[in-house]
Write a new protein. Structure first.
Length: 247
């Protein structure tokens, strides 16, 4: 049985004044029946971990370097995230794939580093609008899954998030049939590669304009085990109903 996961990606938003939102979230969900993960900016990670300590909420990073340490100015290793209190890290978000030309190989190396450091790798995949319109969606997703996911993945150290690029921050959401098609495909790919037990235990999140008003119907789609939420994860008042829709 896969435990549901509500994950929030704060992106480059939030200073110390945002921490009360985490407190509100923790107080609002003292014993949730789903996992809750918030990924704040790296500068907030340690304080965020302290803020949610003793609650059911975990915190995570938004990226990490593939190396353990070294001459990589401005970068953060998986071990450093772990040391700051993270239990997971988002990798291969389309904003990073685009802005930093991160390839599937880069994402895979980062995921391997994350897993070795004891973090859950939340690996993002998703097609552009042009790719969807060209009928290439499943080819793109299949290539990203094959190239970005390390061989040592398990249901405990890997989460996959399907995030169509054209749905991120746009208010546009795929149809439930489109989400079902991609999630069924991803499940099949994982089961083929890792076997039914491991492939069937990896959690698959949907991400892209998830809001309180559309969460319940998205969560009703088979093989959707939760959501990766951007904008609507910044305020407890928006994220709480999304968590409740999963419970
Ligand atoms: C995201 O950036 O991962 C995301 C899904 O953003 P939003 O929910 O704002 O579309």
């Amino acid at each position: 049985m896969r435990r549901k996961l509500a994950a929030g990606n704060w992106k480059m938003n939030g200073t110390g004044t945002a921490l009360p939102e985490l407190e509100a979230l923790a107080h609002g969900h003292p014993a949730p029946s789903v996992d809750i993960l918030i990924c704040p900016p790296a500068t907030l990670l340690h304080r965020a971990a302290q803020t949610v300590a003793g609650s059911a909420i975990s915190v995570g990073g938004q990226d990490c370097h593939a190396e353990v340490s070294g001459a990589h100015t401005g970068d953060i290793s998986a071990g450093m995230l772990k040391d700051a209190g993270a239990s997971a890290v988002i990798l291969g978000h389309s904003e990073r794939r685009e802005s930093y030309a991160e390839s599937n190989g880069t994402v895979c190396a980062k995921a391997r580093a994350a897993m070795r450091a004891g973090l859950v790798a939340v690996i993002c995949v998703g097609e552009s609008l042009a790719q969807r319109e060209a009928g290439e969606t499943l080819d793109i997703i299949g290539g990203q899954l094959a190239g970005s996911i390390p061989d040592e993945s398990t249901g405990e150290n890997l989460v996959v998030a399907y995030e169509p690029i054209w749905a991120i921050g746009t208010g546009k959401v795929p149809t439930l049939e489109q989400i079902a098609e991609v999630h069924d495909f991803m499940r099949g790919q994982l089961e083929r590669r890792f076997g039914a037990e491991v492939g069937g235990s990896v959690r698959l999140l949907y991400g892209g304009s998830v809001k309180p008003g559309n969460a319940a119907e998205i969560f009703g789609v088979p093989n959707v085990d939760g959501a990766l939420v951007g904008g609507a994860s910044l305020k407890a008042a928006d994220f709480s109903p999304i968590i409740e829709a999963l419970e």
